[in-house]
Ligand binder design. Sequence first.
Ligand code: FES
Ligand code: FES
Length: 146
Amino acid sequence: MVNGGLHEVDVPVGTTLADALRDVLGLTGTKIACGEGHCGACTVQLDGVPVLSCITLVHTVGEREVTTIEGLREHPLVQAFVEADATQCGFCTPGQIVSAAALLAATPRPGHDEIVHAMSGNLCRCGTYPKIERAIEAVAAENRGG
Ligand code: FES
Ligand code: FES
């Protein structure tokens, strides 16, 4: 399942989830930067847990639910990132939002340290970390009732 829809992909063994999402399903919101599991740009959720799709083989996904940035269009984090000006080049942003959404689903009102810990696998070459944290904190505050 990808973003709530059932998909079967016919790809060679060894194909990564990132390549299957982008090249077969056309879900190019998932970015590939390092391609080696170091940067978090390719983060998607598998049953709600953030994983690095560039080092996840698509044949290991099975029946699990894959959530990509395309499945999070309506998430309040999207607007919060805009309002916090938390994107510069934007290349890391899909992975940042996917990771942050997983954090907020598991912990709706995370503290600052929890946010920093949960986001530590998502690198941003543009250095927007403080603004990313502010965006997540804004949604956490909404979850607290303001
Ligand atoms: S592209 Fe997957 S971790 Fe960098
Ligand atoms: S906004 Fe450019 S890498 Fe994060």
